[in-house]
Design a protein. Structure first.
Length: 172
């Protein structure tokens, strides 16, 4: 049994055999898996992450990135358009963690020119927490956002069911 495209006599006249002409699509070559031989060990192929953490993201929050990608449904539901918001979320988590660490080290009150004053990092921590929450809500990473998305899906499904019922009712 021969493989490939059937011979094309018009191509044979041109001397091109079965090669596609300019502008034609080349045939798709598919890799065939190697057969599994009993008793032989198979090499494991390392698959890269479909959405790895950006290089600009600090190493400390790579775990946060991976957890969020996982929560977003992994590679099956993650989209390129989510990346900027997810990166901003991870940066907010990083800033929040740094602010908390410094607040714990220096305390809530620090020395000022006229006596103790509130640590300025409290404002940084508060803004980072607000940013984290805002991006988490946007991405659907909080329980409330998931409930909202679930309700929207249920509403959409009931609307779709109503449309289907109307269409089916018109066919009777």
């Amino acid at each position: 049994m021969t493989r490939g495209r059937k011979p094309d006599p018009s191509r044979a006249k041109r001397g091109t055999g079965n090669r596609p002409q300019a502008g034609e699509a080349a045939p798709i070559k598919r890799a065939r898996p190697k057969p599994i031989v009993p008793g032989q060990t198979q090499e494991l192929v390392q698959v890269s992450e479909p959405f790895p953490p950006p290089a600009t993201l600090p190493d400390e929050v790579h775990g946060v990135w991976r957890a969020a990608v996982n929560d977003l449904g992994g590679a099956n539901h993650m989209r390129e358009s989510f990346v900027p918001a997810l990166e901003a979320y991870c940066n907010a988590v990083y800033v929040h963690a740094q602010a908390i660490a410094n607040i714990q080290q220096y305390g809530v009150l620090v020395k000022g020119p006229h006596g103790p004053v509130t640590n300025p990092l409290l404002k940084v921590q508060k803004e980072a927490a607000a940013s984290m929450l805002r991006f988490a809500e946007t991405l659907g990473l909080t329980p409330a956002a998931r409930v909202r998305v679930g309700l929207m899906e249920v509403t959409g499904m009931s609307l779709l069911a109503g449309i289907n019922a109307t269409i089916d009712g018109g066919r009777k």
